[in-house]
Write a protein that binds this ligand. Structure first.
Ligand code: NAD
Length: 380
């Protein structure tokens, strides 16, 4: 799909997009597209008959509904609607098929986290992006938090974060799939903290050690609590300890953060501006975000559309985002075996699995040129 680049005189034309997957998060994405000038909603698709139509009826103002195509076949809807890009908000098990099909049909994809259901599928999608030459960006909404980036800036002023500590303690009663999963906290929630940790420290993650457990009073079938340690090639270490069944004095949804640097510390409660605490001198409050700052889904969409209109490659482009999924998969494996997991080994195994997937599929040979799982990735 050709894109119209922005010029200094002419603002970029909005990118016509189809939202695929009309569940809870799909509705949030429909609202985000409607409120963002960089994109234009031209269609909604969902596998379930009638689901796309219901989502449009519930989320789009009546005056705007006529121009929005709906249906069960994503590519048919995209072609009929004249879309230039796809936003994949389906369940994780469908991400690989939906994203690969969209890329091969010529549509760049902005996909909800996780990149795919498994690390091998995520690596495979990096290959499909290479083969098709289309952009595949993963939306990690909590990465798009101006306070998080301010915490990084403050830490850099103090010499750079060498120790990052996150505490996440909440007690939500979701019902549904999260209460049935083996590793609900690590897979569904801690992925955000692992990804945010990558914003705060320099370099690529190297190894992961994890312990997961389920307190006696937990209302989850799987492990609702975990402690995870991630080492980086810069020497930095990120520790995460969290629980989804800890009522009382709960943290924010972003967790509480403490960054230790050579010349001081940075504290962030996950909600308000972070504060710098130099070894010498007074405490300093971080910048308060202004109206020009973009947050969460809105920021992902703006970045994606800007890249399609000739802007810079997004930091959550698939080759950089795979590291976040690798940390999640390594944490699950370490929690299961008790052993430290080296990401290079995990990624080599995922590369072998991805090549097998791609050979069976027949559409992408790009991964055959990768020397190792890690060497094919970028650090963003
Ligand atoms: N960023 C966040 O904070 C956040 C929060 C919640 C969910 N999510 C992510 O958003 C995604 C969707 O989650 P949800 O809670 O909306 O799930 P959901 O189950 O409510 O909705 C998913 C929808 O996708 C549809 N679907 C499944 N397979 C499809 C296919 N092949 N083609 C078209 N439609 C298909 C289903 O029919 C369903 O309507 C997941 O990847 C989830 O991890 C992110």
């Amino acid at each position: 799909m050709s894109a119209t680049p922005a010029t200094p005189d002419a603002p970029a034309a909005p990118v016509p997009v189809v939202v695929v997957g009309a569940g809870g998060m799909g509705r949030a994405w429909i609202g985000t597209v409607l409120g963002n000038d960089a994109a234009r909603l031209v269609g909604v698709a969902d596998l379930l008959d009638g689901a796309a139509e219901r989502a449009v009826a519930e989320t789009v103002p009546e005056s705007e509904r006529a121009g929005i195509a709906t249906g069960t076949d994503m590519l048919e809807v995209a072609r009929r609607a004249g879309a230039e890009a796809i936003i994949d908000v389906t369940i994780p098990a469908a991400h690989h098929t939906v994203t690969a099909d969209a890329l091969h049909a010529g549509y760049p994809v902005l996909g909800e986290k996780p990149c795919a259901a498994t690390l091998a599928e995520a690596v495979s999608l990096a290959g499909h992006a290479e083969t098709t030459g289309q952009l595949f960006m993963v939306s990690q909404s909590r990465r798009n938090n101006p306070h998080l980036h301010e915490a990084r800036r403050l830490a850099d002023e103090l010499g750079g974060a060498g120790i990052v500590d996150t505490r996440f303690l909440k007690a939500p009663r979701f019902g549904g799939f999260r209460e049935e999963m083996d590793q609900p906290l690590i897979v569904d929630m801690a992925i955000h903290a692992f990804d945010a940790g990558r914003v705060l420290v320099e370099g690529a993650p190297v190894s992961v050690t994890a312990t997961s457990y389920n307190p006696s009073w937990s209302w989850y079938a799987g492990d609702a609590a975990a402690t995870v340690t991630i080492t980086y090639d810069s020497g930095a270490v990120h520790t995460f300890s969290g629980s989804w069944c800890s009522p009382g004095a709960e943290t924010s949804w972003n967790g509480e953060w403490r960054l230790s640097c050579e010349h001081g510390s940075v504290l962030w409660d996950g909600e308000s501006p972070p504060t710098a605490h130099p070894a010498e001198g007074p405490e300093r409050a971080g910048r308060t975000p202004g109206s020009e700052d973009r947050w969460e889904l809105d920021a992902s969409l703006a970045t994606f559309c800007a890249a399609l209109r000739g802007g810079q490659a997004p930091e959550s482009e698939v080759h950089a985002n795979v590291w976040t999924q690798a940390i999640v998969e390594a944490a699950v494996r370490s929690a299961g075996t008790g052993a430290r997991v080296q990401l290079a080994d995990l990624l080599d195994g995922a590369l072998a699995g991805a090549r097998a997937l791609d050979r069976a599929d027949g559409r992408s040979g790009a991964l055959e040129a990768w020397k190792t799982g890690a060497s094919g990735l970028t650090t963003g």
